[in-house]
Structure formats: C-alpha cells, structure tokens
Design a binder for this molecule. Structure first.
Ligand code: PEP
Length: 251
C-alpha cells in the first residue's frame, strides 16, 4: 500500500548546466520503471530550469531546505512558497543542517509547518550519531527528534509527510546500517511514535525511507524489508547510472 520512493539529495553539487545534463541522463533511463516514485532534490539555483525540463516527466522535484519564515527581511533565505513554484517536496532536519547550521527541533518544527502551509511534503530526516548509538540511546534520540519536529503538525493524509531514517554515522561514510536492524527500528520506534501522533492507520500509511551510503550493490537488501519504503540517496544520486540502478532494485 506504500509506494516506494527513491529520493536523491544532491547537496551543494552541480551548476545549472551540470544539473540539466544529469537530469537528461536520468530521463533517458527512467522509461521502464513502474510502481516506484522518484524525487530529486537539486540546489535551488537549478530548480527553475529543471522544472521546465521535467514538466511531463514522472521525476519529482524537491528542495533541500526552506526558511521557517513566510517572507520579508531574511537575507539569503528561500521561503516555502518560493520553493513551491518548482517543488513538491522539501528535505528538512538533515543531519548536515543540524550539525553545521545548528538546526534544532524547534526550528525544524517551524520549517515543517511552513512547508505544510506552502503545500510542500516535508521529508523529515532523523537519526542517531555513533556515540548515541554506542551508548544505547538511538531509540530515545530518534523519538525525541520526531516528537520535537512534529509537535502540533496536523495531517489530513499520510502522504503529507515522509520520514527518512538516516543514522549520522552512515551518511557519506560508505558504512550502511543493517537492513534488519533498520526494519526493527522502524517498527518498534518510528511507527509507534507516528501512531501516537496521528493514529495507527495513518502511521501505517506514512512512508519511512532509509538513508546512509545506499548504493547499487546494497540497495536491494534495504528494499526487500517491507518496513523500508525506499531510500534517501546522497552521493550515489549524483551519478545517473548509479541512481537508476538503485531505482531498478525496487522492481
Ligand atoms: C544523505 O545525505 O542524505 C545521504 C544519505 O548521503 P549518502 O547516501 O552519501 O550517505
């Protein structure tokens, strides 16, 4: 009942020209896939041109961040409404924004609400660091992140939010988490928190992705777990061949 989603987080990579050429390669390879949704999240600077290029393509566009504010004197910021000109989704709470830009739960919560007001579907990233994992605090950390970021967020449909479980120690390190462990964590920690917030039926309809060093070799192992509804892919999403090969592993 949950359609798998493969999302690419391009981070701070690709000029407009480079982004167009990567998307052209993706569009050529996308023709044969079914039963999977594909989302790419390029930098803001490429969104306008990619939006034109993807107008009749199934590939969806997402932003990597938005402001918590609606408009006004916020130099350098981009509002949800501006992103919604081009995007259907927005990544929020990514560990790099938590670590390098001091984003905490209160700000992420305001950004989630700003995204919802703009009609964007937030892809909320949660995940524990290595010290938190090693000290047995992963479940408490993840629950706290979910409860903080989702406080007073109203849902009318489970499709209005996506969760990405991304253990910090697995992002960009080549060290991925064990598929069975991820699945157990989703069913014993993440879905129960979602159920507490929005009820059991909604919690079963919300997609929970895994992110952290997903590549064409390990992807099938994640997708064979019924609790894992796809992947948020960083490094491998910058290579059309690798990203397409990951999508193919859902088939
Ligand atoms: C990410 O940044 O969201 C991510 C999962 O990166 P990578 O796939 O490179 O580990």
């Amino acid at each position: 009942m949950r359609v798998p989603l493969i999302a690419g987080n391009w981070k701070m990579n690709k000029t407009e020209g480079e982004a167009i050429s990567l998307v052209r390669s993706l569009m050529q390879g996308m023709r044969s896939f079914s039963g999977v949704e594909v989302l790419i999240c390029p930098p803001f600077t490429a969104l306008s041109q990619l939006h034109k290029l993807l107008v009749s393509s199934p590939i969806m566009l997402g932003a990597q961040n938005i402001s918590d504010q609606e408009s006004g004197a916020y130099t350098g910021e981009v509002s949800g409404r501006m992103a919604a000109d081009f995007c259907s989704h927005v990544i929020l709470g990514h560990s790099e924004r938590r670590a390098y830009y001091s984003e905490g739960e209160a700000l992420i919560n305001r950004k989630i609400k700003a995204a919802r007001r703009s009609g964007l579907v937030p892809v909320l990233c949660v995940g524990e660091s290595l010290p938190e994992r090693d000290s047995g605090r992963a479940a408490a950390v993840i629950s706290g992140q979910l409860l903080g970021a989702l406080e007073n967020v109203l849902l009318t449909d489970p499709g209005e939010i996506i969760i990405a479980y991304e253990p910090v120690w697995a992002i960009g390190t080549g060290r991925s988490a064990d598929p069975q462990e991820i699945s157990d964590l989703i069913s014993t920690v993440i879905r129960p928190v979602l159920s507490g917030l929005w009820g059991e039926e909604s919690s079963q309809g919300i997609r929970v992705l895994y992110g952290g060093s997903v590549n064409p070799i390990n992807a099938r192992g994640f997708f064979s777990q019924p609790e894992i509804d796809g992947a948020l892919v960083g490094g491998a999403s910058l290579d059309a061949g690798k990203f397409l090969s990951i999508i193919e592993k859902t088939q």
